[in-house]
Structures are given as structure tokens and as C-alpha cells.
Design a protein around this ligand. Structure first.
Ligand code: NAP
Length: 326
């Protein structure tokens, strides 16, 4: 495992982290093929392999994700940083304080290591959320403040209002195919703000196991434009090169996807997992010896792929219905 740091702090964080939106989430197929036992083992195995950041959120599985994470880290609390998030509708001053207290309780911990604002809320002044963050830091309920899905200008504004600390991270969608948000962050803040990359496997597409004739059936991916037939075909040249590299290094395509992303310092790939096997592969991906030239080549191929826009308005409801009834 390789490590980087959170923002300009000296807090060491593994470049591969575990994502837990999958826990308790029917939209990911929770209870169909995987459940609590598998994800607890997955989290524990990740920690044994050197992963030290677990990302959750109050919204995941309606709180179930935080509860299960709390159970999974029993006896391992000192080896791990817990990151969770306040949902935007709770991001007022009082709402943030209360949401944090509920998260602490569900997680069964005394302190949250990284508390993040999940999405911007245009109806709640960021100054109120940051004032609450200052209070939570002062009271020792959280250790670091992060944001998620924040454009650089809003992050800078949030920083102006956060008096007692620096914002250490911005959690944004970042994978070989979807690079925009992370690249804006790199341009604006360089290495001052760590990018926590969500959907680093493009929700499983960059594992190479899905294709136009083998689509995942859950709700999340039924409405993800990447899994549209046209896009699945357009991504093939990238997957083909990833397969060649996977053969060269005796590893999996998913490991090439994660390894390429963490080539850059101050990037942490948060990979969502359902099973201990996936957790093991993901944790080991940091050690795949891709060369800088190969990483550059993969980004080059990915940049040349033009993706279709969102799935058509007519097809979306049909897909939602078929996924819910699958
Ligand atoms: N801040 C935000 O707004 C936000 C948004 C989205 C996600 N997140 C966070 O980021 C995490 C990761 O993002 P994500 O879950 O959207 O996408 P992801 O990590 O790109 O993809 C996760 C999915 O890929 C498959 N997978 C994972 N490891 C694999 C492996 N080694 N081999 C084969 N398949 C593998 C699994 O699904 P299958 O096995 O079913 O294919 C898994 O559910 C989330 O869990 C959450 O913590 C945050």
C-alpha cells in the first residue's frame, strides 16, 4: 500500500480507500448476492491490507451503512480513519451539529476523523455549515473538515468561512472516463486539497466485466449514462488496452483502473466494495508496477473517447422500473 496525506496536514491516508454506499442500499442490490457479513469481512480485510480510510455518509442505506461500518471497525478503531458526510438538507448550523451527533452514535465512535459536506445546497449559506464545522472541531467531535462535489469557487468560499482549520479534501467523481471535477480541483488547489476520487471504477465499468450484452441490473447503473449501449461500445478500446496491461502484470483490469488514478500524489481512490475478494483486489492495486508512460497512455486513450450525454428521457423511466422489478 502507498500513502499520501490529507491536504496540508500530516495525516497519513492510504491511496486506496473503501467506499460504503453499497451497504444497506437496495439501489445497489443490497441483500441480493451480498449483505452484512460480506461487507464486514470486506472492510476488515481492507484494513488488514493497509487501507486506513473508510468512507460512508448519513444518507447511505438510510444510516445502515454507518451502523455496519461501526460494527466492522470494532477492535480496529485505531488503525482507521472514518470519513462520513452531512446530507445537504441537514447542512444548516443546527442541522449539521445534530447530523454529526447522530452519525457518531450510529458509528459508535467518539470522533469522526473527516466530516464532509456531501453536496452544496444553494438554499443554505455555506457560512452556517462552516460555523457548525468550527464548533464540531472545537468540541473534538470531528478532526478534519472536507467537502464533496464542490466546484473550486465554492470550496474557496467555504474556506473563507471556516475559521479554525483548512479544508483538507474534496470528494469528487474521478475515473479514467470522468475527469472534469478532479481536474478543476487540481488546477485550482494543486496539492493543497486532497482529491478523494469517488466512482474510481466508473461503478464497475472499468473492471471490464460489463458490456453491451452484459449490463448490471441494479438501479444505480441502469440510470448511469456510462452503461448505455453506445458508451459501452465506445469504451472498448480503453478496456482492450487495460486488458493487455493486466495480462502483462498478472493482475485484474480493475486494478489497472485504480492504479492509474493514484499515480498522481494527493489522490485517494475510494472504491465501493461488496465482497472481501473485491476488497483484496482493490487494496493490492496500489502495488501494480504500471510505468508513468503506461498511465499517460491510458489517460490519452480515455481522453480520445467521446461519451454520449445522459440516457434519453424516454428510456430512463423504463430502466428504473425494470431495475426495481429485477
Ligand atoms: N460524494 C459523493 O457524492 C459520492 C457519490 C458516489 C460514490 N461515493 C463514494 O465513493 C464510493 C465508490 O463509488 P461508487 O460505489 O459509485 O463506484 P465504484 O467504486 O467505481 O464501483 C463500485 C462497484 O464496482 C464493483 N467492484 C468493486 N471492486 C471490484 C473489483 N475488484 N472487481 C470487480 N468489481 C468490483 C462493485 O459492483 P458489482 O460487483 O456489482 O459490479 C462495486 O459496487 C461509494 O461507495 C461511496 O463511498 C460518493
Amino acid at each position: 500500500m502507498r500513502y499520501t496525506t490529507l491536504g496540508r496536514s500530516s495525516e497519513r491516508v492510504s491511496v486506496i480507500a473503501v467506499g460504503t454506499w453499497q451497504i444497506g442500499s437496495r439501489e445497489w442490490g443490497w441483500g441480493r448476492g451480498y449483505g452484512e457479513e460480506e461487507v464486514i469481512q470486506a472492510i476488515r480485510r481492507s484494513i488488514e491490507l493497509g487501507v486506513n480510510l473508510i468512507d460512508t455518509a448519513e444518507i447511505y442505506g438510510g444510516g445502515r451503512s454507518e451502523e455496519v461500518v461501526g460494527r466492522a471497525i470494532k477492535g480496529m478503531r485505531d488503525s482507521v480513519l472514518i470519513a462520513t458526510k452531512v446530507w445537504p438538507t441537514h447542512a444548516t448550523y443546527d442541522g449539521t451539529i445534530k447530523a454529526c451527533e447522530r452519525s457518531l452514535k450510529r458509528l459508535g465512535v467518539d470522533v469522526i476523523d473527516l466530516y464532509q459536506v456531501h453536496w452544496p445546497n444553494p438554499f443554505v449559506p455555506i457560512s452556517s455549515t462552516m460555523r457548525a464545522m468550527d464548533r464540531l472541531l472545537r468540541e473534538g467531535k470531528i478532526r478534519y473538515v472536507g467537502v464533496s462535489n464542490f466546484p473550486p469557487r465554492l470550496l474557496a468560499k467555504a474556506q473563507e468561512h471556516l475559521r479554525s482549520a483548512e479544508i483538507v479534501s474534496n470528494q469528487v467523481k474521478y475515473n479514467l472516463l470522468e475527469r472534469g471535477a478532479a481536474e478543476s480541483n487540481f488546477r485550482a488547489f494543486g496539492e493543497r486539497v486532497t482529491v478523494l476520487a469517488y466512482s474510481p471504477l466508473a461503478q464497475g465499468l472499468l473492471t471490464g466485466k460489463y458490456s453491451a450484452v452484459n449490463r448490471p441490473r441494479d438501479l444505480v447503473r441502469s440510470i448511469n449514462r456510462l452503461f448505455d449501449g453506445t458508451n459501452l461500445r465506445r469504451v472498448e478500446p480503453l478496456l482492450e488496452r487495460m486488458r493487455e496491461l493486466a495480462r502483462k502484470y498478472g493482475c485484474e483490469v480493475s486494478q489497472i483502473a485504480l492504479r492509474a488514478l493514484v499515480e498522481r500524489d494527493k489522490v485517494v481512490a475510494i472504491a465501493g466494495v461488496k465482497t472481501p475478494q473485491q476488497a483484496e483486489l482493490n487494496a493490492h492495486s496500489a502495488d501494480v508496477p504500471l510505468t508513468p508512460g503506461e498511465v499517460e497512455e491510458l489517460f490519452g486513450i480515455a481522453r480520445g473517447i467521446k461519451l454520449e450525454g445522459f440516457v434519453s428521457i424516454m428510456r430512463t423511466p423504463l430502466r428504473v422500473i425494470s431495475a426495481l422489478t429485477a
